[in-house]
Ligand binder design. Structure first.
Ligand code: FAD
Length: 374
């Protein structure tokens, strides 16, 4: 019997397994390898090359978790031999910085985390960030290094390497049932295996709820998210080398809460700048089958067009080579912040990435382990 089974080998599960494995316990982590969209059984919120990492957050605790995680990136890179982090800073753009959801907490965040944002009034942003158009209708707030970007796939790989080095067992499988009782938790998988542990952590992203893995419910929704990859040449990507990651409180009829990564090289060998956002066309899923249909070929056309227009309006002098849209998924809680909670005496979970927790997965993994052991 294991001490802890972690269900889900994404950012949160991998980080939790890494923390638990340092406690000298018998740890098993169960989750599938990434499968192609067309044939996947379970998808993930992190199958991508870039995620923003920044201190801006909806409350001080979330900002502390982000900073705690960022401060450990270099150590994790060094010990795993996998690099995944670039400290390029994060620029938040808004027509009215006072109402921008992430920075309206700024005074509290600056005091608690002992840093200062740098302000750029409307009309001055492109002076500091010359890749941006001079006529953008936005002011900017810059959160400098250690904020920047991470590669979530590589970060997960780094966590898993460290967990396995510490003795954790990694099972490439999909969990079908989680059954806790007074003395143990029994976990069954799609490959017909049964595992037992004293405790379990459920970190299966959208599927924790959709697949009925939670022993008791945690209120949340599973929402579509659309991103656009804008292809550019390597030479033009290099001209954007100093671009920070960005969040845009966009003045748009279709889109809201946009975010961008600087150009990144993708597995197909091409360079893409990525923009994602909320959209009035977003939809919600109640079953794994509905989510599967969306991931395999959801209707992204209207959101994609608006995202292309936003990309074109923000940058100057770039010859975009192609645009492609990708259907993605996030989970949301009513409060907008993640719920880390015990769903049974022996089972803890984190629900509600709210589209922003890859960067903080190291700290959240730590808190999940503390929660399940408490
Ligand atoms: C388009 C987009 C942009 C985002 N941008 C940012 C950003 O800029 N910054 C940021 O910090 N965060 C961002 N996020 C959010 C971030 O990606 C998530 O917070 C993070 O991926 C959540 O990690 P997770 O481990 O909870 O879930 P996931 O990443 O979904 O991982 C869950 C894992 O569980 C596995 N799994 C599912 N079902 C089962 C099962 N039954 N048995 C076993 N394993 C299972 C899956 O295979 C997956 O690997 C973004 C998300 C999206 C979709």
């Amino acid at each position: 019997m294991d001490d802890i089974i972690v269900i889900g080998a994404g950012p949160i599960g991998a980080a939790a397994a890494q923390h638990a494995s340092r406690l000298g316990m018998k740890i098993r982590i169960i989750g599938p390898n990434e499968a192609p969209r067309a044939t996947h059984q379970v998808w993930s919120s992190h199958y991508d090359q870039g995620r923003l990492a920044h201190r801006s957050a909806r409350n001080v605790e979330l900002a502390r978790w982000a900073l705690e995680s960022m401060e450990r990136y270099r150590d994790i890179e060094q010990r795993s031999g996998i690099d995944f982090y670039r400290a390029c800073g994060t620029l938040s753009l808004s027509t009215s910085l006072e109402t921008f959801s992430y920075t309206r907490m700024r005074a509290d965040l600056e005091a608690a985390l002992e840093f200062s944002y740098t302000d750029y009034p409307i009309g001055t942003v492109s002076g500091r960030f010359p890749m941006l158009a001079t006529d953008i209708p936005y002011a900017g707030v810059f959160d400098g290094p250690p904020s920047g970007i991470i590669n979530p796939r590589r970060m997960v790989a780094a966590h898993l390497i460290l967990a396995v080095q510490n003795g954790a067992q990694l099972e490439r499988d999909i969990v079908t049932t989680v059954t806790p009782d007074a003395s143990r938790v029994t976990v069954q998988t799609i490959d017909g295996k049964t595992f037992q542990a004293a405790r379990a952590i459920i970190a299966a992203g959208a599927y924790s709820g959709l697949s009925g893995l939670l022993p008791s419910p945690v209120p949340h929704t599973v929402k579509s998210e659309t991103v656009t990859l804008a292809e550019l040449s390597q030479a033009q990507a290099e001209t954007l080398i100093d671009m920070p990651s960005m969040m845009v409180d966009c003045a748009d009829e279709i889109l809201s809460d946009a975010y961008l990564t600087p150009p990144i090289i993708y597995p197909d060998g091409k360079w893409y700048l990525k923009l994602g956002s909320n959209s009035i066309h977003d939809c919600f899923f109640d079953t794994p089958a509905a989510l599967q249909q969306w991931i395999r070929g959801g209707d992204v056309a209207a959101t994609h067009s608006a995202q292309i227009a936003l990309i074109r309006s923000l940058f100057v002098g770039i010859d975009w080579l192609s645009f492609q849209a990708l259907p993605c998924v996030i989970t949301r809680t009513p409060s907008g912040v993640p719920q880390i909670t015990k769903v049974h005496d022996r089972v803890a979970t984190m629900v509600g990435c709210n589209g922003s927790l890859a960067k903080s997965s190291d700290a959240i993994g730590r808190v999940l382990v503390e929660t399940v052991l408490a």
